[in-house]
Write a protein that binds this ligand. Structure first.
Ligand code: HEM
Ligand code: SF4
Ligand code: SF4
Length: 366
């Protein structure tokens, strides 16, 4: 893959052609943002790359796409810039190498998470706890002590927030973000862009991945199922914390309780969303962006494992499988947390910041 500086030079060349052509300005935020600029420095190109949602509508329409001698391919180029950006903004820098081996990283971190969960069970209640079934209030804590579980996840969350925060701050500075960009109107518009995944809509005609001949809404819908699945699972955890710590009701909760209903909906959305995106990926041409597909695939398999293990834990929680399934589930959740700054999930932060800066720029226009 070309280095970031070569990509910037190539982006300057292609975007200058686009600024003269302007055919695609209604498709997404990239072209209007390019038109606001007469030169393309590193921060400008990173900003445009994170605005590009890879719907490929412009590429389908482009009369200057290969084999034309101008060789314009905005989505392909923007994809490469995003990948280079994930490495550039990763902190600590040495860990950026993990982006080169996403499947191995996801597998090893998931296994390390399971090993930690296993050690926590053995330390809390001895290895015998794994072979027994546990029922009644506090059943999960007969496997892992509550304080240990809470301390482990709070420490992990603090670490991930710190690491993502440092990287996000660097990107924010590069794309020209400042205090004035954080105005409430820009936030509200950005929230709508994220929730609707507006620019994956191909300007209304649909996304051309995986089928360049038949645009569809499938990728957008499946993405939002996966995104919503994670959000619901997070809401389920918060609801469980309220029931336990404020109301004094210990888990496992009944099937018709708020945490279980939210968790079940979240797990199902995650399984369908991640499974559907994996299926779309298999239908794409094998020469289609292999590096970003490997990064996507590693995260999608991890998400699938979180969803399936969570649903299995719910279905089999009264059987002796509760111990092994809890270890499997906690291990995969740790995998998602730890790989968040060094895997696909980091795009959510980069894209949100770019969308926010774009809305702020557009609001400042005379
Ligand atoms: C927070 C704002 C987010 C935005 C604006 C966003 C936007 C996008 C866009 C435009 C793509 C297609 C281009 C690309 O691969 O980068 C994408 C892909 C992807 N996103 Fe997000 N995303 C966000 C958050 C998330 C979250 C929270 C998750 C998971 C829980 C997620 C999971 C994925 C996955 C797995 C892919 C690859 C899908 C594929 O196979 O095409 N995203 N995202
Ligand atoms: S992608 Fe092609 S058609 Fe679209 S604005 Fe650029 S040069 Fe014009
Ligand atoms: S979002 Fe779609 S139309 Fe806009 S630059 Fe990216 S691929 Fe082209």
């Amino acid at each position: 893959m070309a280095g970031l500086l070569e990509l910037i030079a190539e982006a300057e060349r292609q975007l200058t052609i686009c600024n003269a052509c302007r055919y695609c300005e209604g498709y997404c935020a990239v072209f209007p943002a390019a038109e606001r600029r007469s030169a393309f420095a590193l921060g400008d190109v990173v900003q445009l790359a994170n605005l590009c949602h890879d719907c490929r509508a412009c590429h389908q329409a482009c009369m200057f796409a290969p084999p034309h001698e101008f060789g314009v391919d905005i989505p392909g180029l923007m994809r490469q810039v995003r990948l280079a950006g994930y490495r550039r903004y990763a902190w600590p820098g040495a860990l950026a190498a993990l982006f080169g081996r996403p499947r191995l990283t996801a597998a090893l971190v998931g296994l390390a998470g399971m090993l930690l969960a296993l050690l926590a069970v053995v330390w809390s209640h001895g290895p015998g706890a794994l072979a027994r079934s546990h029922t009644g209030p506090g059943a999960f804590y007969q496997l892992i002590g509550y304080e240990l579980l809470l301390a482990g996840f709070l420490a992990l969350t603090a670490l991930v927030v710190l690491v993502l925060g440092v990287g996000g701050r660097r990107l924010w500075r590069d794309v020209g973000g400042d205090r004035a960009s954080l105005d409430p109107g820009a936030w509200a518009a950005t929230l709508a862009d994220v929730l609707l995944l507006r620019y994956l809509g191909g300007g209304g005609g649909g996304c051309y991945h995986p089928d360049p001949l038949h645009p569809s809404r499938a990728r957008r819908v499946l993405h939002q199922l996966l995104f919503g699945g994670f959000a619901l699972a997070f809401a389920a955890t918060l609801a469980a914390a309220v029931e336990q710590d404020l109301l004094g009701w210990l888990p496992p909760y009944p099937l018709l309780s708020v945490p279980v209903l939210l968790g079940t909906a979240g797990g199902a959305a995650m399984v369908i969303g991640a499974g559907g995106l994996l299926w779309l990926g298999r239908r794409a041409s094998t020469t289609d962006a292999p590096r970003s597909r490997t990064l996507d695939g590693a995260f999608l398999w991890l998400s699938e494992a979180v969803g399936v293990s969570g649903l299995a834990l719910l279905a089999l929680r009264t059987t002796p499988l509760i111990g092994p399934l809890l270890i499997l589930h906690l291990g995969t959740v740790v995998g998602v947390f730890v790989t968040a700054p060094y895997g696909k999930l980091v795009h959510g932060l980069h894209r949100t910041l770019a969308l926010l800066q774009d809305r702020a720029e557009a609001r400042r226009e005379p």
